[in-house]
Write a protein that binds this ligand. Sequence first.
Ligand SMILES: *Cc1c(COP(=O)(O)O)cnc(C)c1O
Length: 376
Amino acid sequence: MIPFNVPPRTGREEEYVAQAINSGKICGNGRFTKECTEWLESKTGCRRVLMTTSCTHALEMAAILADIKPGDEVIMPSYTFVSTANAFVMRGAVPVFVDIRPDTMNIDEQLIEDAVTPKTKAIVPVHYAGVGCEMDVILDIARRHDLIVAEDDAQGLMASYKGKPLGTFGAVGCVSFHETKNYSMGEGGALLINDESLIERAEIVWEKGTNRSRFLRGQIDKYTWVDCGSSYLPSELCAAYLIPQLEDADKINEARLACWRMYYDILTPLSEKGFIELPFVPKHCTHNAHMFYIKTKDIEERTALIAHLKEHDVMSVFHYVPLHSAEVGRRVGRFNGEDRYTTHESERLLRLPMYYGLKTEHIDEVCRIIADFYSR
Ligand SMILES: *Cc1c(COP(=O)(O)O)cnc(C)c1O
């Protein structure tokens, strides 16, 4: 069987987790959390990193920091994971969905401005598959309309747009370390803070609404409840699991990119014959091989191909059901403009096995099974 995903692992995780256990400190914000934080700060160049229990929670922190109030509108793609919208809906916001570009599956930057109203508060671009959204255009719109940009960078660690790391363009960027992502601590994430003025409040929100971070730095002599907040700190056990992967980040990234290029090269003849479409990466984007997907003719062909792959013990998956068509999306959100590509493209997309440690003979086999499907 060729699984769709295998959680990343370097082989040193047990050693690090054992160190965390034996250190006598397993709650958050210890040595391993600090090491993750420092790695992310130096790798991305953002002003401050706060490790979190998930990307979902980093997005919730972003919504609090953006001061989202009931009735505020937040612009985002409909083609994304539920957390992108949920984090803002939980603060009473109306998600305003904008169509995607069919080439990158990212929000169509040319359609964003039309969705701006006096109630618009934020834009949440999602860097799908670790391919950057058109941040120059998005930041320009945000500047002119005084909007906050919070990047859903769940899939984008180690990827960049015009040479600058994803997650460092908006006021904040939200990273995921879920087991399906390139680097993982099981469940986990990080808030990358780029707007310096948000740092102090972010630390408070992160520490259950208290000024404990200032207390730990010796800036005040007791800490109290000063704002709303929650428990967003991951345990040291999780941070210890992540650290060896961050140490090996370049190696993991290279291995994933090699798999991606191999899929791309082997499947190119099928795409040239017009059977499938391959992913597109704009020249100014450096991606991180978060996923390899193909596009079939339509949903029926995709269903048949998934079954064909499964018959040959290859697991492939599709996503997302567009949020505007889901029960909650219909109730609390709205789609601005026409759904030209979101639904249509989402029904054609199929993700192939992609993980650190995927063997070249397995990629060969997956591609052979796909070619066999189209030769019939
Ligand atoms: C994985 C993912 C999330 C959620 O990440 P968690 O760490 O599981 O909360 C959010 N947005 C996108 C685009 C994702 O791919």
